[in-house]
Design a protein around this ligand. Structure first.
Ligand code: GLA
Length: 334
């Protein structure tokens, strides 16, 4: 029987990735930032189920503590179930979820939900442990073999900074964002579709390339050139080039060189479009329109692609559409 338990409140930010997409699952480099849009889970601990209502969803998530197959739980409850299945808390939770994140836009609403639920259920480890637990929860829930970027950005955010993450070492380094740089996220209007299948295909293609030339995080352009299959060569060229762009972007940002940073974002978009084939005509048109706007340094699709959002780096006030986001601190229980 559920006795009255302690009240908990946990908050987790979403993230936007400034550069470095489809590199995390090969142990590469990414540069996301946690943002000032996020998810709050509040409630009372106790009982043998997790029951959460959401302002965004008609049905509550109802998850027994002994859940085994998270993907069989209906709707958004599967993400809650993924966390419960990973954490195996001794006590349940009855409460509410509220979010300022647009759901399914590519700003990691599911990662923010997982991280906030894990903290509300009493997770006590460090940021990397929290991110790993929630990455496994996401994989259980969605069946998508995602990397660790989204969950780690939410767990380890630093106010006013982007995070340079080495996804092999799981090391993060805070890179200050210059005051004269605004980060603006604009939705393409295309919901993310087919992400499940195509994402897994891309990951499998990277693994096939690695079976021939070794880890892509260590590969050189010459190694990539040795791949016989033209599709694998293009996929690998994206990953190797993107890792280099992340390094250069972090240096440009730290040096306040926003023009170079913007050029690298454009190159990243072109590579995701032409070599990695995860863009859409809507994302391409939006990114092109944004980079033609005066005061915009660069723009690119952000996250997995297949629809969702474009992120732009711009002079403050140059763009009046979308969400102007600030880099926020990490997820926290309170
Ligand atoms: C999704 C995944 C991340 C990452 C990006 C692409 O957001 O959850 O792990 O692979 O796509 O960079």
């Amino acid at each position: 029987m559920a006795g009255p338990g302690e009240t908990v409140v946990a908050h987790a930010p979403g993230r936007v990735n400034l550069i470095g997409d489809h590199t995390d699952y090969t142990g590469g480099l990414v540069l996301p930032m946690a943002i000032n849009l996020g998810t709050v889970v509040s409630g009372r601990r106790g009982g043998d189920r997790v029951v959460l209502r959401s302002s965004e969803e008609p049905e509550p998530a109802v998850v027994p503590l002994d859940v085994t197959d998270a993907s069989a739980v209906p709707g958004w409850g599967r993400y809650v179930a993924g966390v419960v299945a990973e954490l195996r808390p001794e006590r349940g939770l009855v409460g509410e979820v509220s979010t300022t994140l647009p759901v399914g836009a590519g700003l990691s609403s599911s990662a923010a939900l997982e991280v906030a639920v894990a903290l509300a259920l009493g997770f006590t480890g460090d940021a990397v442990g929290l991110a790993q637990c929630c990455q496994r929860a996401e994989q259980r829930a969605s069946g998508v073999p995602c990397g660790i970027m989204d969950q780690l950005a939410s767990a380890a955010g630093v106010e006013g900074h982007a995070l340079l993450i080495d996804c092999h070492e799981l090391r993060t380094e805070a890179v200050p964002l210059p005051d004269e740089a605004a980060v603006v996220v604009v939705h393409s209007g295309e919901p993310r579709g087919l992400a499940g299948t195509a994402y897994a295909d891309r990951r499998a293609e990277c693994e096939a390339a690695e079976a021939e030339i070794g880890p892509l995080r260590k590969a050189t352009p010459a190694d990539v050139g040795a791949l016989a299959d033209p599709v694998l060569r293009r996929r690998a060229r994206h990953v190797v080039g993107e890792n280099a762009r992340v390094r250069d972007f972090a240096a440009a940002l730290a040096g306040g060189d926003l023009r170079t940073a913007g050029d690298l974002m454009r190159a990243s978009h072109a590579s995701l479009r032409d070599d990695f084939a995860v863009s859409t005509s809507g994302l391409d048109a939006l990114a092109e329109r944004l980079v033609r706007t005066p005061g915009v340094y660069g723009a690119r699709l952000t996250g997995a692609g297949f629809g969702g959002c474009v992120v732009a780096l711009a002079e403050p006030g140059a763009l009046t559409e979308g969400w102007t986001v600030r880099a926020s601190g990490p997820a926290s229980p309170s």
